[in-house]
Structures are given as structure tokens and as C-alpha cells.
Design a protein around this ligand. Structure first.
Ligand code: SF4
Length: 469
């Protein structure tokens, strides 16, 4: 096993008795194998991406809490060492650029807030003491300011709650919304509002550490000979597809994709695949990159090899049977692992290109008859807007929000928004939403499952109706 550090196992938060809260103020000090290094980081990345995804959805705070608890447990971030190590690995990876630092900070702060909200009163009081070094004011002082404090709390809370005198600079958001009493440079804050202060402090500290790491050239330092095994991992972590490659897509029971019904499933495809399909119909042909992108997608959606051959041959109307067999059939069989070995490690039935590859790993389409790529990335704003209008995706406000994400280069979030707009309440249902916005097949699977679930008069053997025209 490759060991990157030889250090004693940590004392598992014995003192604090706060299993799920960590300020990450001490560097982890225990042994970790190279395999663990990668697995831990990917698990945290999955949680952070889920947080980003959830923030895009219009769901109630209860559902947000429930979904986050679920993913945190599923990815073992309830384990203190795993939580701590994965945070520091991603901290090093995400200090690379301003944009990555901002993203990491946002998601980590949201995760921290979620954990704070789950603390009991006693745990919160402990956290306030430990992390913000704040002590509650004495009973006499509380009594002295009774009238003023009662303006910011109920009489019952006043009787039972502890109050903290905090330097006003730490309570700016509470002051701005008039939620605390200010006197002589101190903000008097009831315990129930102290979460805001802890979160603000967490953000400030993490932002400072990330900036320090970046300025100290820590990321570049990871290139040295000793750390050469982890440097590529750190460098590319933010592009990682967090879904295991082996994971396959499953359509709801009774639904099977065939050469005859692909057309009827197009309304459940993400925009990239819809556009390739539209290009295929218009040109009766697809260029190499689009053939691969769409072919692997269809394979991931469980279209059989025989149906894939039939499907493409039917659409390539201008190509003779002989030419199709010679020039295209081999490639399709190769995609299914039936020809030429498994050059890129693919096995039969595995998924195709993920969003990060489509967005950043393919040569951008350069002519009108090249249909591969991601419309959110590769179309200009005008074309994308026109397409959204043409497909009747959302109302004008929704379309503006999608375009806004594109402007901010958040292409996958734009795609997620597209899903949200065309599948109302999907997120609060039990439709499998994992990796929507990360992988076209996940988008497809979630859309088909959604249609299947919410079609009241459906015949389960039939493909779903269009989500949007
Ligand atoms: S974000 Fe991914 S799934 Fe969505 S359109 Fe782009 S490549 Fe396709």
C-alpha cells in the first residue's frame, strides 16, 4: 500500500463530543494510503457537488436537511477522520485558482451551516466556546440590559437563553438586519442567533487559509518528486466524475430503449443529446465526435448493440449498406467492446462521456454540421436563448436564470436548472437525482423515472411523454 504519511491516528474528537462538527483548524495527523487519499477526496467532492445541486433546487428546508443528511451518511462524512482528511485534501486541490477557491468555500460553508443547525443547544454552546472563544455574559449583565435585549427575543427565550457579547465586526449581518443589541462596540446576541456568527467566522478562517495556501505556492509544491504520485490527483480533482464508472443506468421496469423508440425518448434527454439527435435527423449523418458522444450515451441508456446498429443505419440514409458496414458498424461494435479490445478501459454496458469531458475534454464544434459538445458551453448566448425558446423550456425568467449560469461559466448548473424547470418537484420526490448535471445518462435516467412516476394514466410498457415540446 502506498503510504503518503506515517502519522498516529487522531484522537477522535473525544474532548468536544461533537462528532459531526469540525473547524478544521489542525492539520490531520494520521496515516493514509494513496488509495484512501483518492477515495476520501472523491467522497467529499460528491457531497459538495450535491450541496451545490440542492442549492439550485426550489425545495423546503426540511427536504434540504433530509437530502444532506442522507448524502453525508452515504459518503461516510460522519466519520471524523474521513471528514477531516477529505477536507484538507480538497483544500489543497481547490486552492489552485480564485474560481475553485470560491466554489469550495461556498459549498464548505453550506456544509458547516447544515451541521451547526443539527447541534443540540448544549453542543452549540460548546461550539461557541471552543471555536469562537465566546463566553456567555453574566446573569447580572443580562439583567442590566433586560429591556434592550427583550426587543430582540421573546420573554421565554430571554429567561432561558444565554447571551453573548461579540465584537460588532463579527455580527455585521445580524446588525444589518437589526437582530441584536449594540452597545459600546459589542453586539449582544442570543444563543439562537449565534449560528450566523460561527458560520461567518468559519468562512473567514477558511477563506484566509485558502488564500495562504495559494500565496505560499502550496499547490505547486505538491509537484515535488516525493509527492509526484498525488499531484495529478490534486490537479484534476475538480474535474473528477464522482460517479463510479461501473455504475450503469437503469430505466424503470418495463421500459426498454430500442431502435424504434429512441425518438420518443428524446424529450427525456439533456440538451446536448437532443441537439445531436436533431442534427442526426436533419443531416442523416453524424460526424465522428457526435457519433461517439451519442453512441456512448445510447449504450449507457441500455440500447443494445443490435438496436444501435439498426438505429444508426436507418438514420444514415445516404450511406449504402456496404459503406455503413465498412465505415460505421465497426466503430459502433467497438463502442460496445465487441471489436478492437477495450482501448480506453471501457467494458460492455459502461457509461459514456460525462459532462466534464463533453464540456472541457472535446474539441469544440467548429461548423454547423458538427453537433457534439454541450449547448450550455458551446452555443453563444443568443443561440442558446433561441434554442430554449424554441423548445419551450421554462418561462422567460427561467431562461434568464439558465443564461445567467452560462454567463458565469456554470454550464452544469445551467443544465441542472434546465432539469428543474422541466421536471417540477423532482427533487422533493424520490426520483434518483444523483449526478444530474454531471452526466448526461444520469439526466436521462432521472427524467425517464420522473415521467414514469408522475404519468397518471401511463402504460408502463410505453416510453414517457415529452417533458417539454
Ligand atoms: S451539462 Fe452535461 S448533460 Fe447537460 S447539456 Fe451539457 S454535457 Fe449535456
Amino acid at each position: 500500500m502506498n503510504v503518503i504519511g506515517l502519522i498516529p491516528k487522531s484522537n477522535k474528537n473525544a474532548e468536544s463530543n461533537l462528532p459531526s462538527l469540525n473547524w478544521y483548524d489542525t492539520t490531520p495527523n494520521y496515516e493514509l494510503s494513496l488509495d484512501q487519499f483518492e477515495v476520501y477526496a472523491l467522497k467529499r467532492l460528491k457531497v459538495l457537488r450535491k450541496i451545490e445541486q440542492i442549492k439550485m433546487m426550489k425545495v423546503t428546508p426540511d427536504i434540504i436537511r433530509q437530502k444532506l443528511d442522507q448524502i453525508i451518511k452515504q459518503e461516510d462524512l460522519t466519520d471524523h477522520d474521513m471528514d477531516e482528511a477529505s477536507h484538507f485534501i480538497l483544500r489543497l486541490s481547490y486552492c489552485q485558482t480564485e474560481e475553485l477557491r470560491r466554489w469550495f468555500l461556498q459549498q464548505e460553508a453550506a456544509l458547516f451551516r447544515h451541521r451547526l443547525q443539527a447541534l443540540t443547544e448544549q453542543q452549540l454552546a460548546h461550539a461557541v466556546r471552543k471555536y469562537a472563544q465566546l463566553q456567555p455574559i453574566a446573569a447580572a449583565e443580562k439583567e442590566k440590559y433586560r429591556d434592550a435585549l427583550l426587543q430582540f427575543t421573546t420573554p421565554v427565550e430571554f429567561q432561558t437563553a444565554q447571551f453573548y457579547a461579540v465584537p460588532f465586526t463579527q455580527a455585521l449581518s445580524l446588525l444589518a438586519t437589526r437582530q441584536c443589541f449594540l452597545r459600546a462596540g459589542s453586539a449582544y446576541v442570543p444563543q439562537s442567533k449565534v449560528l450566523t456568527i460561527l458560520e461567518a467566522k468559519f468562512r473567514t478562517d477558511l477563506a484566509r487559509f485558502l488564500a495562504l495556501l495559494a500565496n505560499a505556492g502550496s499547490f505547486q509544491a505538491a509537484q515535488d518528486a516525493e509527492a509526484s504520485r498525488i499531484f495529478p490527483l490534486l490537479k484534476n480533482m475538480h474535474r473528477a466524475l464522482v460517479q463510479p464508472r461501473e455504475q450503469q443506468m437503469h430505466l424503470p421496469e418495463g421500459q426498454v430503449l430500442t431502435a424504434d423508440n429512441v425518438e420518443q425518448f428524446t424529450s427525456s434527454m439533456p440538451l446536448c443529446m437532443r441537439q445531436i439527435h436533431a442534427g442526426l435527423k436533419a443531416d442523416h449523418h453524424l460526424k465522428y465526435q457526435a457519433r461517439l458522444q451519442y453512441g456512448f450515451f445510447l449504450r449507457g441508456a441500455q440500447l443494445s448493440l443490435e438496436d444501435a446498429l439498426l438505429f444508426f443505419q436507418r438514420h444514415f440514409q445516404k450511406v449504402t449498406n456496404e459503406k455503413f458496414q465498412k465505415e460505421y458498424a465497426y466503430n459502433i461494435r467497438h463502442m460496445y467492446g465487441k471489436e478492437g479490445g477495450t482501448k480506453d478501459g471501457r467494458k460492455e454496458g459502461q457509461l459514456g462521456y460525462g459532462c466534464s469531458k463533453i464540456i472541457g475534454g472535446l474539441v469544440a464544434p467548429s461548423s454547423a454540421n458538427e453537433h457534439h459538445g454541450c449547448p450550455f458551453k458551446h452555443y453563444d448566448e443568443q443561440n442558446l436563448h433561441r434554442l430554449l425558446q424554441k423548445l419551450n423550456i421554462g418561462d422567460e425568467k427561467d431562461r434568464r436564470e439558465i443564461l445567467q449560469q452560462k454567463k458565469m461559466q456554470q454550464y452544469q448548473l445551467a443544465c441542472l436548472k434546465h432539469f428543474e424547470v422541466t421536471h417540477p418537484n423532482a427533487f422533493s420526490s424520490d426520483v434518483p437525482m444523483d449526478n444530474v448535471g454531471n452526466h448526461p445518462n444520469a439526466w436521462f435516467q432521472a427524467s425517464v423515472a420522473y415521467q414514469s412516476k408522475f404519468q397518471s394514466t401511463s402504460n408502463p410498457s410505453q416510453p414517457p411523454k415529452a417533458v417539454s415540446p
